[in-house]
Design a binder for this molecule. Structure first.
Ligand SMILES: Cc1ncc(COP(=O)(O)O)c(C=O)c1O
Length: 306
């Protein structure tokens, strides 16, 4: 059972979590016409009255863009104001995950995005590791990642997660932890809620943004750090069989952070992961606010004294 934060952002203000309720006729509930974000916030190791957010501007921008893809409007400023209010109201003492959600809040039928009311909410929960940091086992999903011509994949559109849900459950029920999805061209796309990287001959390879992936913020950060660390980064289509002979394969995402794949179908990978380990170390230092060179990636939110 999740430990939800006591206050949620609902209809423009912070209210007790149990009072933030929507009608059973809510349009988005039936049609998947919503878009969400996912952000982690951790207590500042150097200041007990502050929380640290990783790349909050990027998250707010992606959510605002996602709302635009649903022909709606959600300003980045609104997202920032609500997040700050949530942190101040809840004063979390542990690492948390915030789930902002833009959705069609109108009541009633007819799938559409015009002439419709929308709203924006946020709830939060305590979140440790989403996937085991020791590594996960994956299978290639029998489900295909959607195509951008049928759904705007650059947004985190809630309806798109039916495919993620089917793929994840198929993987778990057949004895694996995670699913890797191929796109409709048969190339590797991503996992159910994470981007994918492989390392071959010391080079970092990842499917490009034209491979029906979500444009992950962790992905972009890992690529930038790798370049700075002198690791060659290549964005290109990846074939399934290439994964089996890679030196390292790992997943990235806000929930998953950087998680190694230890097994793919019946292939087990070696435990030496020098590239992934170096990147993971770097990312941890930055998210904990310990790297002055990357302070611009971290927002310190003052949550006030007790
Ligand atoms: C489908 C999908 N791909 C990739 C990611 C990773 O994105 P990010 O690093 O921005 O969390 C996520 C999670 O947000 C996701 O849901």
């Amino acid at each position: 059972m999740h430990q939800f934060l006591p206050f949620a952002w609902f209809q423009g203000q912070c209210v007790p979590f149990d009072e933030a309720k929507v009608s059973i006729a809510t349009h988005a509930l039936h049609y998947g016409t919503g878009a969400f974000g996912g952000m982690r916030a951790i207590p500042d190791p150097q200041n007990s009255n502050a929380m640290l957010l990783f790349r909050a501007e990027r998250h707010a921008k992606r959510l605002s863009d996602s709302a635009r893809l649903l022909l709606g409007e959600l300003s980045e400023e609104t997202v920032h104001i609500a997040i700050e209010a949530m942190l101040k109201a809840n004063r979390p003492r542990k690492p948390i995950y915030l789930r902002p959600f833009f959705y069609t809040s109108d009541l009633g039928i007819a799938p559409r995005l015009h002439n419709i009311e929308t709203d924006f909410l946020i709830y939060g929960l305590e979140l440790g590791d989403y996937l085991s940091p020791e590594g996960v086992s994956c299978r290639i999903s029998s489900w295909t990642r959607q195509e951008d011509r049928s759904l705007p994949l650059r947004g985190k559109i809630s309806g798109a997660y039916i495919t993620s849900s089917l793929a994840k459950t198929e993987a778990v029920l057949s004895g694996f932890d995670e699913a890797l999805l191929l796109n409709s061209r048969g190339k590797v796309s991503e996992a159910s809620g994470m981007n994918l990287f492989l390392v071959r001959d010391g080079k970092l390879i990842t499917p490009g943004v034209d491979q029906d992936i979500l444009e992950g913020i962790t992905r972009a950060s890992v690529m930038e750090l790798a370049k700075e660390m002198g690791i060659e980064v290549i964005e290109r289509p990846v074939d399934k069989t290439e994964l089996f002979i890679a030196d390292e394969v790992f997943l990235t995402g806000t929930a998953a952070k950087i998680t190694p794949i230890r097994q793919l179908e019946s292939t087990t990978f070696g435990k030496e992961r020098p590239v992934m380990n170096a990147l993971r170390q770097r990312l941890i230092e930055i998210t904990e606010g310990r790297d002055p060179a990357y302070e611009h990636w971290v927002s310190r939110i003052d949550i006030g004294n007790e």
